[in-house]
Design a protein around this ligand. Structure first.
Ligand SMILES: [Zn+2]
Length: 327
């Protein structure tokens, strides 16, 4: 006879009991599907390095968003692309009157209203001719000269009807600058989801193809965080909270779950993770070769994000997961 009183396996025999006691769950309402919007109409072009994800013009985006909403995807994050001839040193096309993201926001809100939470990425790198995230002076990005431009971009998105603007540039002080610009124009109700802890990561590779945003020279290590640092993440998040950030984001997700857990413990604000392009493409590539079970791996990753403390999952797998009934 055994003298064991505590047997954790008792709760593992039945699938129903396992579900009953599961600590981390994922729900379609916490998923955010990213979109890459291009000028023109009738455009839906696959992004080679991200199977299942397309560049879409606004008319096609509306169709996709409608189908996604039927699946249960209620939040989306928009990235804009810019024709090469409209790129400039100061990225002015980002906040031009006819900017593709602002027009997409208008159309989405006209059609779907409050059924959809529309979030927009705010950074200049897809709109600058040098591909950097801000104004370049000499061989540096000028932090403070970049802030007014980011504010104009965020303001344009908010005026178009965005529910949430999401600065991803990693300039110091940008959340305060954007908050002030929005409040000054009667847009105090628009939320800021800050890419508070965005690492200079090699997992962004496929995104650079998607957003046509690779710098022509140099890298992003002068503004994005060093992947060796953990404590500094708390400093970045604390500054953003002081400046008025409503949601804090950690990007990338998988390799930074310690940071997600730290933010969860330190702040009451919702924490989002961005399950980035490289993380998506690695799973896709291995699944295509039959090396992993895609559904099982995606759910394992999502549950890891939830276990670490994330409330919001920004993921390229959202549509497929819901279309194929993974949840
Ligand atoms: Zn950028």
């Amino acid at each position: 006879m055994s003298n064991l009183t505590t047997r954790p396996r008792r709760l593992r025999y039945s699938p129903v009991v396992r579900d009953l006691v599961a600590e981390a769950r994922v729900d379609s309402r916490m998923l955010v599907q990213p979109h890459f919007i291009v000028p023109g109409s009738g455009v839906s072009e696959p992004i080679q390095a991200m199977p299942g994800i397309n560049h879409e013009s606004i008319d096609r985006l509306l169709e996709t968003a409608a189908a996604d909403l039927d699946l249960g995807i209620r939040s989306l994050l928009l990235f804009g692309l810019c024709e090469e001839e409209h790129k400039a040193a100061d990225g002015r096309a980002a906040f031009a009157k006819d900017a593709v993201v602002s027009r997409a926001v208008e159309r989405l809100k006209q059609r779907f209203g409050d059924d959809l939470a529309v979030m927009t990425d705010v950074c200049l790198c897809a709109y600058t001719d040098h591909g950097h995230c801000g104004v370049v002076v000499g061989d540096r990005i000028d932090n403070d000269a970049t802030l007014p431009l980011l504010s104009r971009m965020a303001l344009a998105h908010a005026q178009a009807g965005a529910d949430v603007v999401a600065p991803s540039d990693m300039m110091d002080g940008r959340v305060a600058a954007i908050r002030e610009a929005l409040d000054g124009e009667g847009l105090a109700h628009v939320a800021i989801m800050s890419y508070s802890v965005k690492y200079a990561s090699s997992y962004y590779g496929p995104f650079r193809e998607a957003a046509h945003s690779a710098p022509t020279a140099g890298d992003r290590k002068s503004h994005q965080m060093d992947s060796r640092n953990r404590r500094e993440a708390l400093l970045e998040a604390e500054l953003d909270v002081e400046e008025g950030a409503d949601i804090l984001m950690v990007k990338p997700a998988l390799a930074y779950l310690d940071v997600v857990a730290d933010l969860r413990a330190a702040f009451p604000q919702p924490v989002a993770v961005y399950n980035v392009s490289g993380e998506y493409s690695m799973v896709k590539a291995a699944a295509e070769r039959g090396w992993i079970d895609e559904r099982a791996v995606v759910l394992e990753n999502w549950h890891a994000f939830r276990r670490a403390g994330a409330d919001i999952l920004i993921t390229y797998h959202a549509r497929q997961a819901l279309a194929e009934g993974w949840l």
